[in-house]
Design a protein around this ligand. Structure first.
Ligand code: PLP
Length: 377
């Protein structure tokens, strides 16, 4: 039987070569290699600055803090996301306020966001789900009407655009993930985009204990006694991860092309199959093709998942809604039925393998396995 992994990364000779150079150099923590990656990423996104950190969760937490979120504030986000999104709000002492999603795309519903605004709301955290950006015009309008700022969770959407603009152009901040299964990866890692100069300086300090000078800067200039004027975290990216990401970013165009081919082949095949529904795409959105999810009968979803795994096809669920997680139920009193659209998607969804290394033969194997399984369970 074939085994089709859920993801296989593309780290090869170029990354290994760059890693060797870094490992043979003096500075393996934050330094020139990290700055180089930050500049490359900012250039790719057409934004002035990025700040490299250890995860997207850390990126979101720091962006919320930089924007002024404090304990007791509310941050509105979607219930159909990874746990890191609402947890980033919790880590600031704020309360994550969950809302429902749009049935077609699975993205946060701007009208639900508007309805959830209270006098305590400080920020909105939209999640660009599966690779498709949220309706950023509608969300920007809600934020501006109520004096809120936006942190875009772009963990799935580094290549995505809304009306031709990348994440970070509509929101004050956007957060990216370089976790092991993301479109470009270094195992773990994250980055924040920021347009405001003062905020950029603040984020640099927040990521490293409030230091306004990194070890490399202290080394290259004369050592001076330092002081700490503010509280910060220990989330700075090191040069080892940055070395991998510099090379990964160079491949993003080729990766995207192959992802698009596979996504389109899947879409063509599954659109013609009974018992399968696909998410819709908006004309304003350029897709990052991060996840291909199919929606099946909720009563048979788990049987379909097991059938696929028996045929060697690895699958995932993106996502079980946050309000259905025990911790969130117990802490915030969430109940089933509160966000019916997200619940329906969460009960019907299955994510299939989608990555550049997948061969045409493997793609056809997945399609056949889905066809057989959906037709027989
Ligand atoms: C939508 C979304 N947001 C946030 C994250 C968190 O990313 P990280 O693991 O880099 O903190 C993920 C990670 O898988 C994700 O899928």
């Amino acid at each position: 039987m074939k085994k089709i992994e859920f993801f296989r990364h593309g780290i090869e000779e170029e990354e290994l070569q760059r890693l060797r150079e870094v490992l043979e150099s003096l500075f393996i923590t934050t330094g020139e290699t990290v700055y180089e990656f930050e500049n490359d990423l900012a250039g790719y996104l057409d934004l002035p600055h990025t700040v490299a950190v250890t995860s997207c969760t850390a990126a979101m937490q720091l962006a919320l803090l930089a924007g002024g979120v404090q304990p007791g504030d509310e941050v509105i986000t979607t219930t159909l996301t990874f746990i890191g999104t609402p947890n980033a709000a919790l880590m600031t002492g704020a309360t994550p306020v969950l809302v429902d999603v749009d049935r077609g795309t699975g993205n946060i519903d701007p009208e639900a966001v508007e309805a959830a605004v209270t006098e305590h709301t400080k920020a909105i955290m939209p999640v660009h789900l599966y690779g498709q950006m949220c309706d950023m015009d509608a969300l920007r309008a809600v934020a501006d009407r109520h004096g809120l700022f936006i942190v875009e969770d772009a963990a799935h959407s580094i290549e995505a655009k809304w009306n031709g603009k990348a994440p970070g152009h509509y929101g004050e901040y956007a957060a990216f993930s370089f976790y092991a299964t993301k479109n470009i990866t270094s195992g773990e890692g994250g980055a924040i985009t920021v347009r405001d100069e003062k905020q950029y300086e603040l984020l640099n300090m927040l990521r490293l204990h409030g230091f306004n000078q990194l070890a490399v800067d202290r080394y290259t200039s004369n050592y001076e006694k330092y002081d700490i004027g503010m509280f910060g975290w220990k989330y700075n990216m090191d040069s080892i991860h940055a070395a991998i990401l510099i090379e990964q970013l160079k491949k993003i165009g080729d990766y995207g092309e192959r992802r698009r081919e596979i996504f389109e082949r899947y879409t063509e095949a599954f659109s013609a199959m009974d018992g399968i529904e696909l998410h819709t795409t908006r004309p304003e959105a350029e897709h990052a093709y991060h996840l291909l999810t199919i929606l099946v009968d909720p009563a048979r979803r788990d049987a379909v998942m097991n059938g696929l795994q028996k045929r060697g096809v690895s699958v995932s669920i993106n996502f079980v809604p946050i309000h259905q997680m025990t911790y969130y139920r117990e802490r915030f009193g969430f109940e089933d039925g509160m966000f019916p659209v997200a619940e329906e998607i969460g009960a019907r969804t299955i994510s299939l393998p989608l990555y550049p290394k997948l061969t045409d033969e493997e793609v056809e194997y997945v399609i056949d396995a889905v066809s057989e399984t959906v037709g027989s369970v």
